[in-house]
Ligand binder design. Structure first.
Ligand code: PMP
Length: 287
């Protein structure tokens, strides 16, 4: 089936969808993005991702390209035209096209907006979650504003590639103090030795994950205590359980780190439960 992309006001064949060579996203990674998971053709955690998109744009002073309602219509239409039932929808907004020069372009330069959608069967992620996945550790060499969801993802790309080359699903990035910041495209969690659920606090050095926030609320509803405090690689090795969260992976049980087994090497009960609950809620509340 042919895919369709939305590019600056038009729906075009995916294979023919292009932006200008002097788009600032291409030249400077001067742009931001968001990803929603799609259940039954509807987007999960809609408001959370939309609010974060606006925050990212505001932080970088990229003009808001269209109203929230108009953006919602474009996202839904792109999902519909691509007949995505289970999958992902992606939006990227850049500072637009202008002669290559570092300062912001003239006022009135239109931001570029592209939206794509693709199918990704839930069964694939469920199969990985049933077995649990491996992570490796990797130095975090990113800039100081990882809370902004920019398309400048080169350190994340290198970390994920390192994971792939070592047969792992994700790389957990580690700061200069030996503490895990987050995954290359996910937030990192453990159930520590004392049984406490832990994930790093959200300052400017990690992305404020929408799935992270949803899972934190679910854990609170379950009466599970969550501590927002960074953990070391050593604590992760000694943890009872580990998992990571993201819009595309939901809650992914993690069973080894740098080849060392975590817990009994099987997906833990808390991770497994939170995954099921997150999936139920996301499907129920999707729009
Ligand atoms: N951290 C990073 C670096 C990411 O790229 C992502 C995925 N966008 C996440 C965390 C998870 O965030 P979310 O739950 O909002 O998808």
């Amino acid at each position: 089936m042919s895919r369709v992309a939305y590019v600056n006001g038009q729906y075009v064949q995916h294979g023919q969808a292009t932006v200008h060579v002097e788009d600032r996203g291409f030249q400077f990674a001067d742009g931001v993005y968001e990803v929603w998971s799609v259940f039954d053709g509807r987007m999960a955690d809609f408001d959370g991702h939309m609010t974060r998109l606006h925050r990212s744009l505001n932080e970088l002073r990229i003009p808001i390209p269209m109203t929230r309602e108009a953006l919602e219509r474009v996202l839904k239409e792109t999902v519909r035209r691509n007949r995505v039932n289970e999958g992902l929808v992606y939006i990227q907004v850049t500072r637009g096209t202008a002669r290559r020069d570092h300062p912001f372009p003239a006022e009135g330069t239109a931001p570029s907006v592209i939206v794509t959608a693709r199918s990704l069967p839930l069964s694939k992620g469920n199969a990985a979650a049933a077995k649990g996945v491996a992570v490796i550790t990797h130095p975090d060499i990113r800039w100081g504003r990882c809370d902004i969801k920019t398309v400048g993802l080169l350190p994340n790309v290198l970390a994920k590639q390192a994971a792939k080359e070592r047969g792992a699903a994700e790389a957990w990035m580690v700061d200069e103090m030996g503490l895990v910041t987050e995954g290359s495209s996910t937030n990192a969690w453990i159930v520590d030795e004392s049984g406490k659920l832990r994930t790093r606090d959200t300052q400017s050095n990690i992305l404020h994950g929408i799935t992270r926030a949803a899972v934190m609320a679910l854990a609170a509803d379950e009466g599970i205590e969550v501590e927002e405090r960074a953990f070391s690689v050593d604590e992760a090795r000694r943890a009872r359980e580990a998992f990571y969260t993201s819009a595309s992976g939901f809650v992914m049980p993690t069973v080894s780190i740098d080849g060392a087994m975590i817990g009994d090497g099987k997906p833990g009960p808390i991770a497994t439960k939170l995954r099921a609950q997150y999936l139920d809620q996301a499907r129920r509340d999707a729009i």
